[in-house]
Design a protein around this ligand. Structure first.
Ligand code: AQP
Length: 333
């Protein structure tokens, strides 16, 4: 039976990349009637320093983002990672299964630690092992993610396979990454070769889910483009990463394909296309940001939803951890 798990780090405000690459698709899967478990991965966030008050605020804001975008706690399980200790407990076992060399090859580790790996936290290095535990503590079969997380889901499969092989079992499933749609990799508005990211120092590089209509309009108006009109087909965007990015964003927001957008808009200048994109983005994002603001007025209610979700998550995770401990040979009274 399919079971979906995915998570987002409360390491800053939500971006349009997180919305189109992750949350919007989480909601689509919920609406397909699949069992869905969604997490605010606060333990991942502290792999780089987070101010405690900011972490609390960002955790609630991310939960509000999920809810405002259509996640329904009566249909999906929604909780924050640290309230379900089984994630960390399974991660330790996986730390003993995974190899240093595997972690060393992760591009996110290389990008985030950079040349100063000696100064990076041990947690940042072991991040993919905790992510494998997040997924496998529920025996999740599918993980919707953006393109940037594909390598980590593949590593999750490697960890599951090595565990199964080391202990002569078929206990952990081979989880599939689900990377589909027009916006699996939303790029920076300032540089078409960099992904849109909540930690980019330039606020003009991203659209935040809390941006108002004026901010959205300004950022799209100033987004880097080129002087050529839009082509009729996607092939014409091969060497135009910034233009391609805006077309893909338009397609994802309009719930259509980039080809269909170009069939409609091909031949037009950016001076015409950008205002259409502004209207569409404001139309789709403003109700979400308004609802996030409303939900943030009542943090106790958000905390209650997360705690209730955590209890439901624990009910699935606890027996899987117990069986794992048995397989490994750990005694419990
Ligand atoms: N630009 C993006 N396009 C499409 N999907 C994206 N995701 C993130 N950025 C884009 C997807 O959002 C989910 C949650 O990501 P995360 O917050 O756990 O970590 P991240 O990928 O590291 O996101 P950021 O915004 O870049 O955060 P920082 O700056 O803190 O590293 C994932 O499914 C991811 O694929």
């Amino acid at each position: 039976k399919p079971r979906v798990f995915s998570g987002i780090q409360p390491s800053g405000g939500l971006t349009l990349g997180n919305y189109l690459g992750a949350i919007k698709r989480f909601v689509d899967m919920q609406e397909q009637g699949i069992e869905t478990i969604y997490c605010v991965v606060d333990m991942h966030a502290i792999t780089v320093w987070q101010d405690p008050d900011a972490l609390r605020r960002q955790t609630r804001e991310l939960a509000a983002g999920y809810l405002a975008a259509g996640l329904d706690p009566s249909k999906s399980i929604l909780f924050n990672q640290s309230q379900v200790a089984e994630h960390a407990q399974l991660a330790w076992i996986f730390n003993c299964v995974a190899r240093m060399g595997w972690m060393n090859r992760m591009t996110q580790w290389k990008d985030k630690a950079g040349k100063n790996a000696e100064k990076a936290s041990l947690g940042l290095f072991a991040y993919p092992s905790l992510m494998a535990a997040d997924i496998l503590i529920y025996h999740a079969t599918h993980v919707p993610v953006g393109e940037d997380q594909k390598q980590h889901v593949e590593l999750t499969r490697d960890i599951a396979a090595k565990f199964n092989n080391d202990y002569g079992t078929d206990f952990f499933p081979m989880t599939e990454p689900v990377i589909e749609g027009a916006a699996t990799r939303v790029m920076s508005l300032r540089d078409g070769s960099k992904k849109m990211s909540k930690s980019d120092p330039s606020d003009m590089s991203r659209i935040n889910m809390t941006d108002d209509a004026d901010a959205i309009a300004k950022k799209i108006r100033k987004a880097k483009t080129d002087p050529e009109p839009l082509p009729e087909t996607m092939d014409g965007l091969d060497d135009r990463p910034e233009a391609r990015n805006l077309v893909r964003i338009y397609a994802a927001l309009a719930e259509t394909t980039p080809q269909a957008v170009l069939a409609d808009m091909g031949g037009r200048q950016f001076s015409e296309f950008k205002p259409a994109l502004v209207d569409l983005a404001v139309d789709r994002l403003a109700p979400i940001s308004q609802e996030m603001g409303r939900l943030m007025q009542d943090p106790a209610e958000i905390d209650r939803i997360l705690a209730e979700g955590a209890a439901r998550a624990r009910a699935i995770a606890a027996p899987i951890l117990r069986d794992t401990y048995d397989i490994v040979g750990m005694i419990r009274g």
